[in-house]
Design a protein around this ligand. Structure first.
Ligand code: NIG
Ligand code: FE
Length: 407
């Protein structure tokens, strides 16, 4: 089934950013085509270019006019904890009273309070709230969404979360097992819990519910030595690996993750010069989460230094009920521009090409190039208004695999 999308005033294909593998992006790498058409065949881009160059064979096919609006690739949200139960708004107030993330966790709050609520919730209840979150993401132009477990902290509840994630079909979902997110409440010591996770990995693999695995490398959570063992075992089972690292303290998490061939290193707030050098020459994608930094009031990552040294970067909301209770991509992009000095082209590339690498989906999504999935958003105004007017959505229509999911 062929559809020709026409009357696109500006089409940001991101082809240049894709060719540069998401590194050192400039405005010209947005690769904008004026007066464009896109030919979609069975959900894939078969042809894209200036309308006046549309090959004859596509004349007379089904046409959809995008009425002079602008188009860019669907956004790729590469790091979320979207499936959870409960509410932690009171913690937000505690933060203003000067309590730190660690102090809130020690007082029984933090990740473990979400774990208690999530364990109690049925699959159906989790699905209900997850679908609400998915709808919020779709309205923001997200067509690929990563979802982590990590609020179950035992095999049964971790699999329950991953199962809910797998059931969603309204956009592309990538699932990530995050058993090593925090110590399970019933474990006497984190090392004991960690050993049980290593054993659980076999069952996670067997369930086919997880596409990849993640670990929180941090003081009082999991050590980089443990991460090394976790990565090794996960990779022997065929999983790709990623890490939450250097978020609250400096550590050798970046070195261990890159040495082990992690696909992405996420957060990266506390970096030393040697970490920046390492990240900029490695294949890893650096995932920045400025809204978590904003909510936690911690230093932003050294984005400028990383980008200028050649690192590939992505942006994410980290949507979760604790450190980043927002799904607002516009807000993330605005903070990246305002506080991390990323320019608009870098932000657009980070949400598309960069994030597609973070999910090992660079051949499938992230740019509007021939052969890729026809995932794109139609803007109500000019693309320069993106990541600028917070609270006002610029997204008018969303197409996933060539089909309209939102108008
Ligand atoms: O990505 N850093 C660890 N995990 C989450 C926070 C989860 C929570 O506070 O519930 C994060 O920030
Ligand atoms: Fe996270």
């Amino acid at each position: 089934m062929i559809t020709v999308f026409k009357n696109i005033s500006e089409c940001l294909t991101l082809e240049g950013a894709f060719k540069k593998e998401g590194r050192k992006i400039q405005e010209e790498d947005l690769s904008i085509i004026q007066n464009a058409s896109i030919v979609v065949n069975n959900g894939r881009i078969e042809w894209i270019g200036e309308s006046k160059k549309l090959p004859k064979q596509y004349r007379g096919k089904k046409e959809i006019s995008l009425k002079g609006l602008s188009v860019l690739p669907g956004f790729v949200e590469c790091h979320t904890h979207s499936i959870f139960s409960g509410n932690r708004s009171q913690e937000f107030e505690m933060k203003f009273q000067g309590k730190t993330y660690a102090e809130i966790a020690q007082a029984g709050g933090g990740i473990l309070s979400t774990v208690r609520a999530t364990r109690k919730a049925s699959e159906k209840e989790l699905m209900g709230s997850f679908l609400g979150s998915v709808s919020n993401f779709l309205k923001q132009g997200v067509t690929t969404l990563e979802v982590k477990s990590g609020y179950g902290l035992d095999l049964k509840n971790e699999l329950k979360i991953l199962k809910v994630a797998r059931k969603c079909k309204s956009l592309r979902v990538i699932t990530t097992y995050l058993g090593p997110h925090a110590k399970a409440p019933e474990s006497t010591h984190i090392d004991q819990y960690f050993e049980s996770i290593l054993e659980d990995l076999d069952a996670v693999k067997k369930s086919k519910l997880a596409d990849r695995v993640d670990i929180f490398i941090e003081k009082n959570y999991f050590s980089s030595e443990q991460a090394k063992r976790y990565f090794k075992k996960a990779q022997s089972l065929g999983f790709k690996v990623v890490s939450h690292t250097n978020q609250l303290n400096p550590s050798d998490g970046v070195f261990v993750s890159t040495d082990c061939g992690a696909v992405s290193c996420d957060h990266l707030n506390y970096l030393e010069e040697k970490d920046i050098q390492r990240l900029s020459v490695s294949h890893v994608t650096c995932v920045f989460i400025p809204t978590a930094d904003f909510y936690l009031k911690i230093p932003y990552p050294p984005a400028r230094k990383l980008i200028d040294s050649g690192a590939r970067v992505a942006l994410s909301t980290d949507f979760n009920p604790g450190s980043s209770p927002t799904q607002d991509l516009n807000f993330v992009g605005l903070v990246a521009r305002r506080e991390m000095k990323m320019n608009l082209a870098e932000v657009i590339s980070a949400w598309t090409v960069g994030a597609s690498y973070a999910l090992s989906l660079e051949k499938e999504v992230g740019s509007l190039t021939v052969g890729k999935s026809a995932d794109f958003v139609v803007l109500s105004g000019g693309w320069r208004d993106l990541f600028y007017r917070v609270g006002i959505s610029q997204i008018q229509q969303v197409y996933y695999k060539g089909r309209k999911t939102l108008k």
